[in-house]
Design a protein around this ligand. Structure first.
Ligand code: MN
Length: 675
């Protein structure tokens, strides 16, 4: 027996059947069929009720009624009513079946689709798995290949490769390294690699490495490392910081190369270079010594010529001076003729000395040109007047052919230099021409803004010169022919001096000639245009002798007795009073004690020279205004310059030419003293 609590009770909420049917998805068509069945059923029930009522009604007609009731329950309309109930139900069933069938079909389709889906997912998973396996395999293979590649890269060459970790300790060494040191991997790890470094290099190496490590900087160092064979080899070690993908510092990597051969080659080269340098030094100092010796020899030659010239000038002074006095005293024409010849010879000798001295100065590069405005026409006229005597003596005519553009030209240069060149050319022309004429031709060869290239030619109708002779003509100590020396005389220095002087003026010299056809010697000079002439500082050569101050008091400073005597005679001849000082010191004290109108000052003297004496005199109150004239055998421009710089007013070259001396005196001593 079931107890009360064992009786099953509905656990869910009570829901009406129609509601449930709605929820279960019955279609309105199905409801309609059910509704139709229900109304048919109601109709049937009504008929049955009617039949039952007939049966239950009061008798006599009971049997009839029963029959009527039975008839009612079996007649056609009842059957029709029953059918009317069954048809909609049957239709409902059909609909329901149809629906169920549809649902089942739908579900079957769904199930089939899901199965397909599962199969597809399964296949996909299998495929993915296979791919995964394949890629793992590929990865492994690539990793293997990479490792192989890296190993080949790392171990295949000669580079010794190392890496260190974050603690600066060595954590990897490649095979070439191990082969190099002959040690094991473990022996090199940490800081143990340092055991192989040469003891003299280790401190420097560690410092270089650790400093770079701290600053994460690349480094390069050269050091010695012990080789497996026991000797030390030179290696160059280049280290760099290394980083991972994210830029995180990992440690260092380094590459070392054995550079022992290079170092040895460099050492050998250094040795050779040192040897070569030594050789070059030796040769250079030998050459230097040779050059200095040559220069010293040249200076010695120059000094020698200068001294000789000075020494010759002093006796020449005597010859020329005494000849001058003697000539005024002699009356016998024959004796006068002898004296003229002596005078002529003396002057010739002097010109030779001047040539030799010129050349020695030029060769010692002590000749400097003066730059001053001058008139080229005036200069040529002066040359013409200087050469007149020589021309007259051989009855030769001078043809003067000057470019009109030059006549009024003012140029800047050294007129004395041009004069000297032309005198040399013209003297030669006169010397080598027996008849005919000499042409002096001047023209402008080239003109550029303020520069004028001047060309001056001296053409003669003389013996001419062959081409071979022309080749050596302008070289020192060369003459056209050795025999000409005997026939025509001369030092052969004139043309050499001319070429040097022309070069100093930015020009050149040359000759056009053929034997028997005469010669044309030329020179060029490149000169600047000048604007106006400076007033000449030289004394006016036209002052008459009468204007000389005859009462003047002169101090003659001169150490040489003959020179003293000549100067005294020349001065006393003009009634001047002369005091003599034998050296500069004496002169200074005499100037302090006496008023002089003029001082004639020798340069080379014992005790004190003329330059020093002049400087001291110029410091005296009274000494500042006395005219001081140098009288010296050192007759060159630089000598003259030194005299002017020391404070002298003018300059006379020895031997003293009386006329020149008198002109100087007339210029410097004021006439009113006489009054
Ligand atoms: Mn002297």
């Amino acid at each position: 027996m079931l107890t009360d609590d064992q009786i099953p009770r509905p656990s869910a909420q009570k829901i009406p059947l129609l509601e449930l049917m709605h929820q279960s998805g019955f279609s309105p068509e199905e409801f309609a069929k059910l509704e139709k069945a229900k109304s048919a059923s109601d109709e049937l029930t009504e008929r049955e009720n009617a039949a039952m009522s007939l049966v239950e009604s009061t008798m006599p007609t009971k049997i009839d009624r029963r029959t009527q009731a039975i008839q009612m329950l079996f007649d056609e309309p009842y059957t029709q009513a029953k059918r009317n109930i069954m048809r909609p139900i049957s239709e409902f069933n059909t609909l329901l079946n149809q629906r169920t069938l549809n649902e089942v079909n739908t579900l079957e389709n769904k199930t089939r689709n899901i199965r397909f889906l599962f199969i597809a997912i399964g296949l996909l998973l299998i495929f993915l798995f296979w791919q995964m396996l394949r890629s793992i395999n590929l990865d492994n293979r690539m990793r293997c290949e990479n490792e192989h590649f890296s190993r080949t890269l790392i171990n295949g060459g000669t580079a010794l490769i190392w890496t260190t970790n974050l603690d600066s300790l060595c954590d990897y060494i490649n095979e070439p390294w191990l082969r190099f040191t002959g040690r094991t991997f473990e022996q090199e790890l940490g800081h143990s690699w340092a055991e192989g470094v040469h003891p003299d290099d280790i401190d420097r190496c560690m410092q270089t490495y650790l400093t770079a490590f701290e600053q994460r900087q690349p480094f390069s160092m050269i050091n010695r490392m012990r080789h497996a064979e026991g000797d030390y080899r030179w290696i160059q070690d280049e280290g760099n910081p290394r980083y991972d993908d994210q830029g995180q510092f990992l440690g260092y990597i380094g590459y070392c190369h054995d550079i022992t051969e290079r170092i040895q080659t460099e050492k050998e080269l250094t040795g050779y270079r040192f040897h070569l340098e030594k050789l070059v030094d030796e040769k250079t100092s030998e050459l230097q010594a040779a050059k200095e010796a040559a220069e010293a020899a040249n200076r010695a030659k120059s000094d020698f010529l200068s001294n000789i010239s000075h020494e010759i000038r002093t006796p020449m002074n005597a010859i020329i001076g005494f000849t001058y006095f003697l000539r005024s005293e002699l009356k016998d024409p024959k004796q006068v003729d002898y004296l003229d010849k002596i005078s002529h010879a003396a002057k010739h000798l002097l010109s030779i000395i001047n040539d030799v001295l010129s050349l020695s100065k030029i060769e010692a590069k002590r000749l400097e040109l003066e730059l001053m405005p001058f008139s080229i026409n005036d200069t040529l006229n002066k040359v013409r007047s200087l050469i007149t005597e020589q021309l007259d003596s051989k009855k030769l005519e001078l043809v003067y052919d000057i470019d009109s553009r030059l006549i009024d030209s003012i140029l800047i240069g050294d007129p004395l230099c041009i004069t000297q060149i032309l005198i040399n050319y013209l003297s030669n022309a006169v010397k080598f021409t027996e008849q005919g004429h000499i042409t002096l031709r001047g023209f402008v060869e080239e003109e550029q803004e303020d520069l004028v290239t001047l060309k001056i030619e001296v053409q003669d109708t003389g013996i001419g010169i062959s081409e071979e002779q022309q080749a050596t003509l302008f070289q020192p100590f060369m003459q056209a022919e050795a025999s000409t020396t005997r026939q025509y005389g001369g030092t052969g220095l004139g043309l050499t001096i001319n070429r040097h002087l022309a070069h100093l003026m930015g020009g050149d010299t040359g000759v056009v000639s053929s034997p028997g056809q005469g010669s044309t010697f030329w020179f060029t000079a490149c000169l600047k245009r000048g604007k106006e002439l400076q007033l000449a500082v030289a004394p006016n050569p036209n002052i008459p002798e009468a204007q000389i101050n005859r009462g003047a008091r002169i101090l003659l400073v001169e150490d040489n007795e003959i020179n003293q005597e000549i100067a005294c005679m020349l001065l006393e001849a003009k009634q001047m009073s002369v005091d003599i000082a034998h050296h500069g010191g004496e002169a200074v004290s005499m100037v302090k004690a006496n008023p002089y109108d003029l001082i004639l000052m020798d340069i080379q003297m014992p005790v004190m020279d003329g330059l020093e004496a002049t400087r001291l005199i110029r410091q005296l109150d009274y000494g500042q205004s006395i005219p001081i004239i140098a009288m010296t055998a050192n007759a060159f421009e630089d000598d003259k310059q030194r005299c002017i710089e020391a404070g002298m007013n003018s300059f006379l070259a020895k031997p003293i030419e009386p006329d020149v001396l008198y002109r100087e005196l007339a210029h410097w001593i004021p006439l009113y003293i006489d009054a």
